[in-house]
Design a protein around this ligand. Structure first.
Ligand code: NAD
Ligand code: UD1
Length: 327
């Protein structure tokens, strides 16, 4: 395909009914023929606009995948079991979804001559050997989830080298935003739910551990850029470059919700990463990626009802229509 523009392409989003996938779908559907393959295990049909083609099926099922991918130009592969702790409990089951199915996606893309943009993860670095962590740093995952994402990331590169398949792996750091919810979702949605219910905010461990929180609208923009870049066969960190401790985060959430919920400490999570923060200079250079939503304004916007409406005085949080990508 002519990779200079995404406009009018037929695209498939696996896991398109999920948190990140549904925001991507919402942005793509204005300019693209969009298909979604999702088994709705954590995704929600109500997140999907009416004019997308929904294939309810399992990404591990080659027949469902073949149907969903027929004739597509780009596959955004988001489907996965996202919870690190679930992968610790069930390494084989999560491997089937997170890795085996990803190989099926790559194989299907070969059949269709389609580009693949894959959701990799900061979890591949384990305890990073340097901070902020560049893509060239050692990879030493501490969970089955991290091992699965590392293999996906490496297969993406290898499919480029061996079969000339255009792939881009995006190593998301801690993504947050509207529609993130559920028992296995991220810490920001958990804290917001606790604060809104006037329940204690539960910090695992001392709360001095840090994360790089990136807003979902920035992650969507990174995906759009990855769909057209000439720099294929590469992996990119997608974060902000700013680290925030879980204690600071709890305070941001309390302030934004005007909550008086106490902060309580629990046992630290076993195998938890102590510090995580992205060096995003490679994504800035090759993809023109620049995060636009600061954490405090992103949380304020969520506390305000969760819409992507810009919070006054900050960068717009709904910078979804990336004109450069669609020109
Ligand atoms: P999510 O759970 O909201 O979305 C995953 C989607 O995949 C859901 O709609 C789910 O129903 C679907 N799905 C799961 N198993 C499936 C299967 N076997 N067949 C078909 N569909 C299936 O999670 P998310 O946070 O939107 O994550 C999207 C991607 O980003 C995942 O690959 C995840 O590993 C990656 N990621 C997320 C984060 C984060 O902070 N949320 C960070 C790094 C990487
Ligand atoms: C998250 C993603 C994972 C992704 C990784 C990349 C989720 C569910 N997981 O993992 O898919 O690959 O980022 O960086 O989005 N915590 C508390 N109290 C709580 C919940 C969490 O203190 O109630 C702490 C945890 O112990 C951890 C931190 O918050 O130290 C972040 O936890 P979590 O949001 O689950 O994300 P990660 O494990 O970093």
């Amino acid at each position: 395909m002519d990779s200079t523009t995404l406009r009018d392409r037929t695209v498939l989003v696996t896991g398109g009914a999920g948190f990140i996938g549904s925001h991507l779908v919402e942005t793509l559907e204005a300019h693209n023929d969009v298909r979604v393959l999702d088994d709705f295990s954590t995704g929600d049909r109500t997140y999907l606009p009416d004019n997308v083609t929904v294939i309810e099926g399992d990404v591990r099922d080659p027949i469902a995948l073949q149907e969903a991918a027929r004739g597509v130009d780009v596959i955004f592969h988001q489907a996965a079991v996202v919870s690190v702790s679930q992968s610790v409990d069930e390494p084989r089951r999560t491997n089937r979804t997170n890795l085996d199915a990803s190989l099926l996606v790559l194989e299907q893309a070969r059949q269709e001559d389609a580009r693949v943009v894959l959701a990799s993860s900061a979890a591949i670095y384990g305890h990073p050997s340097e901070l902020p962590v560049p893509e060239s740093a050692a990879t030493d995952p501490t969970s089955p989830y991290g091992v699965q994402k590392l293999a996906l990331d490496q297969y993406a590169r290898l499919y480029g080298e061996l079969y000339n398949l255009p792939t881009v792996a995006l190593r998301y750091f801690n993504v947050y935003g509207p529609r993130q919810r559920g028992p296995y979702s991220g810490v920001i949605s958990t804290f917001l739910e606790q604060a809104r219910a006037d329940e204690p905010i539960t910090i695992e461990g001392d709360g001095e551990q840090t994360r790089d929180f990136v807003h979902v609208s920035d992650v969507v923009r990174a995906n759009l850029r990855a769909a057209v870049t000439d720099d294929v066969g590469e992996a990119y960190n997608i974060g902000t470059g700013t680290r925030t401790s879980i204690l600071e985060l709890a305070e941001f959430v309390r302030d934004a919700t005007e909550s008086t919920s106490p902060i309580v400490h629990r046992e630290p999570r076993s195998g938890d990463i102590r510090h995580s923060g992205a060096d995003v200079s490679k994504a800035a250079r090759d993809l023109g990626f620049e995060p636009r939503v600061g954490l405090e304004s992103g949380i304020a916007s969520l506390a305000d009802g969760g819409s992507l409406t810009p919070v006054s005085g900050t960068e717009p949080a709904d910078s979804n229509t990336d004109r450069g990508t669609y020109s």
